[in-house]
Design a protein. Sequence first.
Length: 398
Amino acid sequence: MTLSRGSHYLAIPGPSVMPDAVLRAMHRPAPNIYTGELVDMVDTILPDLRRVAGTEGEVAIYISNGHGAWEAALTNVFSRGDRVLALATGRFTHGWADMAERLGIRVDRMDFGRQAAIDPAAVEAALAADTDRAIKAVICVQVDTASSVRNDIPALRAAIDRAGHPALLLVDCIACLAVDAFRMDAWGVDVMVSASQKGLMTPPGLGFVFFNERAEAAREHADLVTGYWDWRPRANPDVFYQHFCGTAPTHHLYGLRAALDLINEEGIEAVWARHAALAHAVWAAFDAWGAGGPLALNIADPACRSHAVTTVRAGKENGTRLRDWVSAHAGVTLGIGLGMATEEDPASDGAFRVGHMGHVNAQMVMGALGAIDAGLKALGIPHGPGALEAASEVLSRA
Ligand SMILES: *Cc1c(COP(=O)(O)O)cnc(C)c1O
């Protein structure tokens, strides 16, 4: 006997659940790539992407995952030997910074640990100390998908401005675009990178780089620009194939169009509000479980938690045991712990993550929480009572 048959819920922080509308939109024969529907459709996708990002600036689309978007952003802005300040709050800024180093960019890292957000005052001090203005840019993530911390980007921009420093601000929103509120222009972000497979509900394979005029001015002198990653012809193509530096990612574009239709239908503010309510329900459940056992949210301050993903510390091995149980017995896949290793838990087996991004609703989240509750009981992992009541209480008030 198994209780895992029925629709499986992939509750990991990307790829996220793909809506039927996205899958249906992709189920078609190869389209005409020279003229007609596909070409016209790309003209509708660009303004919708800008709206989701809150920018009137440009956007380049790459046939790539998020790592490709990282490299695109770096190569268009920097020259060999340039200096950047990387603000780490988990794992992903380190990955982006490592890539920058391999490109010959000099990286200064400030690490805020795996359980806290960027401290804007520390950044202000670091930039104020850079009296010859050698630092060309600040790079960070809005949400670190490993720690589930959410950084306060407007506060970071304010810190850069208080220091009177001209550094560009490059932000990775791969985990959280169309999940956590983000307003590129209003927040003074110069470059933002994202990808298709998280809040945008489309299969992995499209990377996005949004950039403003200040970033475009940096592109003018950047010596790392290459033919494929150059954002210029992609953002302002003379002919259609320049959008993608070759053949268009036809089916991904149909899928993305359908996903953007879903976002437009709901309204971006309502999308953000839905994710906020679902995240609060998840946190309420973990607070209740944690009151009587080892489970604890990785980020203590709710104001610094993402609405896209929740990282949990469950005690050595409990994360893996619980993940295995809910997958085998309840049809839910939870995310592995990433970069959460400690001396007592070198394999990071104690940590796990719940993805709640994109095409998710109240019953899916309650279902995942119910599966976790059953798993805790089945495995004899100590936990406090009332988690499901607490979660449903939050949803009832939303
Ligand atoms: C998922 C993710 C990435 C990496 O994206 P890939 O598509 O796996 O290359 C980078 N940064 C953040 C914040 C992410 O969530």
